[in-house]
Design a binder for this molecule. Sequence first.
Ligand code: ZN
Ligand code: ZN
Length: 121
Amino acid sequence: MTEYKNAIVKMNGGAGALLCSHCNTIIATGMVHKDIAHSCDECSNWQEIIDYLAGSCNSLNSALDMFDAEHLDMHDPFLKMLDDEIFLCNTCDWWCPIEEANMNSELTCNDCCDQESDEEE
Ligand SMILES: [Zn+2]
Ligand SMILES: [Zn+2]
């Protein structure tokens, strides 16, 4: 049996099922799939919203409005996916990739923290 590192493939009554890497919805059946993270239709839509927000200073509400997805405002799986990928910097109000979150102050991006320490010098 193939070992998958990125794709989530589960035995499902012997038939095998490919699951969405974000919400575990079954996307396809069978045991042979590309070993990449797969997204169901809804999650690909979420990804588009997150990509749209990343590196911008648009508000979440305006993004949801634009994608006609206002209901996601209170939808935990979506908010969790958002949290896993980007965060809204408290200082510059831009959405930054989560890797750029400063270790010392979670909601400030590295750029802003650098500037703050520059000013102190
Ligand atoms: Zn999904
Ligand atoms: Zn910032």
